[in-house]
Design a protein around this ligand. Structure first.
Ligand code: ADE
Ligand code: ZN
Length: 326
């Protein structure tokens, strides 16, 4: 369709993507087989059948199970490379990738095995696909701050490969303020800071991410519209929101795409952007997220261009490179 062609034609930046959430069932079964791991699902179809979620936690439970088949550096490399070739086909030219070290180190996989596989695929994509990238290490918020400190410590030999830290996993009951000290320590190591906030959690969590963690970007942030003072703050300080429309529908953050707040956010002058979050689980990569949102909210070409420009604006590219994309 015309709309699909327009979306395909726009060079895009993806800023909210969990690499473990790009694990397609086909690749999961292939890696499980070579690692001699038996999945609890006997076929790709039965696994896909389980991809029906009532909330974030139901998704996370499955996401952590899927990640258990990743053992060797090659597995992390294959996972990352599959994602990068996919987004290359969708005209994504810049990506800021999250990875969850604790999902793997807690199972006895060494930090270096995880990051080396991911890093080598990212470097190959830079050289061969002309995709620029940043890498963001996320702390799991259902674990303790002490555990996050251990992860920070493990990351230090690879500091040059890591651009920032994030905060993800179960939001309710795990407010950003639980991680104030480790975010401060991460900033002292030179890491940039982001956090998931206001996806399922209340608007207070967005305030905490700003005031306690000092993040430069909010992942999701859907709930900010509950608070006009917060909206003003986000506009004035040009804090970007990395929204994930298909994720929001699949996790019942909204009941249907027509309710997605992104257009309201753009109209208010917020730096709203669109991304895929966990594309293998939520039924679409970047183009599908743009397309479904555009269809449901009647977005025109200018809106779509604005969303793409906002993402470069919100990215961690240097200002000279940003200019080239905008
Ligand atoms: N981990 C992977 N995807 C996530 C999401 N949407 N929210 C919180 N944690 C996540
Ligand atoms: Zn996310």
């Amino acid at each position: 369709s015309e709309l699909k062609k327009i979306i395909q034609g726009i060079p895009k930046a993806e800023l909210h993507l969990h690499i473990e959430g790009s694990f397609e069932p086909e690749l999961m079964f292939e890696i499980a087989k070579r690692n001699k791991i038996t999945l609890a699902y006997d076929s790709i179809a039965s696994l896909k059948e389980a991809y029906k979620f009532n909330n974030l936690q139901e998704f996370l439970d499955l996401y952590y199970i899927g990640a258990q088949v990743l053992i060797h550096e090659q597995d992390f490399y294959d996972l990352t490379w599959a994602y990068l070739t996919k987004i290359h086909s969708q005209n994504v030219v810049h990506v800021e990738v999250f990875f969850d070290p604790q999902t793997h180190t807690d199972r006895g996989i060494a930090f270096d095995v995880v990051i080396k596989g991911i890093y080598k695929a990212l470097e190959k994509a830079k050289a061969e696909l002309n995709i620029s990238y940043q890498l963001i290490m996320s702390y799991l918020r259902h674990l303790s701050e002490e555990e996050a400190f251990k992860t920070l410590e493990s990351s230090l030999p690879f500091k040059d490969w890591i651009d920032g830290v994030g905060l993800d996993s179960s939001e309710m009951g795990n407010p950003p303020s639980k991680f104030t000290k480790v975010f401060e320590a991460s900033a002292n190591q030179g890491y940039k800071l982001v956090a998931h906030a206001g996806e399922e959690g209340p608007v207070d969590y967005i305030w905490e991410a700003l005031d306690h963690l000092k993040v430069v970007r909010i992942d999701h942030g859907n709930r900010c519209l509950d608070d006009d003072t917060l909206v003003q703050r986000l506009i004035e300080q040009e804090i970007p929101l990395t929204l994930c429309p298909l994720s929001n529908v699949e996790l019942k953050v909204i009941q249907k795409m027509e309710e997605h707040p992104v257009l309201k956010m753009l109209d208010k002058g917020l730096l709203a952007t669109i991304h895929s979050d966990d594309p293998a689980y939520f039924g679409g990569y970047m183009n599908e997220n743009y397309y479904e949102t555009a269809k449901a909210l009647n977005l025109n070409k200018e809106h779509l261009m604005q969303l793409a420009v906002n993402a470069f604006e919100a990215s961690w590219l240097n200002s000279e490179t940003k200019e080239k994309h905008i």
